[in-house]
Design a protein around this ligand. Structure first.
Ligand SMILES: [Zn+2]
Length: 325
């Protein structure tokens, strides 16, 4: 398989097929990526596009690969139902026709991605069909849908279907551990994911996991164990950091309750009794209140326009200070 498809979990048949196509060239003009939500349709399509555009068949490092991964390559256009609308109308597809006949800016091919293609009205599908019947040479349409049912047989007959399937929890767990996630977080996320790899990644990398990891490492007096994980990828956006800070606030409340009553049953904001029990003896009363304050301040600042990575670093460093107060 070409390099672009390495590291994809599940959907092996689809990846093999697309890899062969990308290597051979002459890929055709229309594809339908069809499968349940979270089964990896977009990931597979994006790797396929990279494999056709990148000189190294999807190296994952060059500018082309990077632009495709970020969804901002000038030769990859993405459309879907307009905001607040339930369907894709005929006008939108007619607009696409103009786009379809433009020549590529950088690459040899131009890709037009249609999200939720099953939401195209019948007229919209017929308009698309007109384009597909006389396909512009350098444009490839990529349709995404959960099922084939809502698409006209005439449209289906002109698209190559790539079916994607949900991935097993065991495979998801293996994948997450491979990405550096710890065993417990990977297990939990895989179990809750219902085979949805995108969701599993979100769950595994959520604020809960990051804070839990941080607190555990503090409780074990090994802050450096969590430091790298905490900064390598945890907090890329403010929502995530805000959520993590709120979790930490919940943990601080639990710690206060637990220290007060000595009964873990009374605590219940945070959800990881083991971490609470381990951390409690290490925190002075003052340190504990400082931790709660730090969490509240961070959550508030994250919601405003503050620098997310600086805030995360501040949370980590001052959090560790609370343990040593
Ligand atoms: Zn590349």
């Amino acid at each position: 398989m070409t390099s672009g498809f390495r590291g994809i979990v599940g959907n092996e048949n689809g990846a093999k097929l697309l890899s062969r196509l990308a290597e051979r060239g002459g890929i055709g003009n229309a594809f339908l990526f069809c499968g349940p939500a979270g089964s990896g349709k977009h990931l597979l399509a994006s790797r396929f596009i990279a494999a056709t555009m990148c000189r190294d068949r999807g190296c994952g490092r060059c500018r082309t690969c990077e632009l495709i991964e970020k969804g901002i390559h000038p030769d990859v256009l993405r459309v879907g139902p307009a905001e607040g609308k339930k369907s894709i109308g005929v006008e939108e597809i007619r607009e696409l026709k103009k786009e379809a006949y433009k020549t590529p800016v950088e690459a040899d091919l131009r890709f037009i991605l249609i999200d939720e293609a099953d939401k195209m009205t019948v007229q919209a599908q017929n308009a698309l069909l007109l384009i597909l019947e006389e396909p512009p040479e350098t444009t490839v349409f990529v349709l995404f849908a959960e099922t084939r049912e809502a698409l006209l047989p005439t449209v289906l007959s002109r698209t190559a279907t790539v079916a994607t399937e949900r991935v097993s929890p065991a495979e998801i767990k293996k994948y997450l551990i491979g990405k550096g996630e710890d065993e417990a977080a990977a297990s939990r996320a895989a179990r809750l994911s219902e085979g949805n790899i995108g969701r599993a990644e979100n769950d595994a990398f959520d604020g809960y996991a990051a804070v839990s990891d941080m607190l555990r490492s503090f409780a074990l007096k090994r802050p450096f164990a969590a430091y790298e994980r905490f900064f390598s990828r945890k907090f890329t956006n403010r929502e995530e950091l805000s959520e993590a800070a709120e979790k930490l606030y919940g943990a601080a409340r639990d710690l206060i309750v637990y220290k007060n009553t000595g009964n873990i049953e009374d605590a219940g904001y945070y959800g990881d009794d083991d971490v609470i029990k381990k951390a409690a003896p290490l925190l002075s009363e003052e340190g504990l209140f400082k931790l709660a304050e730090l969490a509240a301040e961070t959550a508030e600042a994250a919601d405003k326009n503050c620098n997310v990575s600086l805030l995360a670093m501040n949370l980590f460093i001052k959090g560790w200070e609370c343990f040593n107060d």
